[in-house]
Write a protein that binds this ligand. Structure first.
Ligand code: ZN
Length: 121
């Protein structure tokens, strides 16, 4: 998936607008959106706040996309680079009674792996 739009300086260019659209569509299809809210990856929230799609869109245009969030692991992108098959059913198995579904089963390990990989390069 092309993510070069994240670095686009003009946040209202057609490239950036299309990029935001593709991110919203991606998280709508792959992420955990049971309450119609997703973690906002804007430069201000940095995946710490849950917002509706409309709010996230607005944030991404106003604040920009968080530059270091390249692998969308909080929005359904698998965190295994060597794995080619895409498991679409993983997000449905997150139990709803889990108080923090985004850090559910193995979530913390995933984040650590993500950070380790990031620090290596
Ligand atoms: Zn935000």
């Amino acid at each position: 998936m092309d993510k070069s739009w994240i670095e686009e300086r003009d946040r209202f260019s057609s490239k950036y607008i299309a990029g935001v659209e593709s991110f919203i569509n991606f998280s709508r299809e792959n992420g955990n959106t049971s309450d119609n809210k997703i973690l906002c990856p804007c430069n201000n929230c940095r995946n710490t706040k849950k917002k509706s799609f409309i709010e996230v869109k607005r944030d991404l245009h106003l604040n920009g996309f968080y530059l270091y969030y390249r692998k969308w692991i909080f929005h359904g992108e698998p965190n295994v680079s060597h794995h080619s098959s895409f498991n679409r059913s993983t997000h449905t198995s997150v139990p709803s009674q889990n108080e923090n579904p985004d850090f559910g089963d193995g979530g913390m390990a995933l984040i650590l792996t993500y950070l380790m990989n990031y620090l290596k390069c």
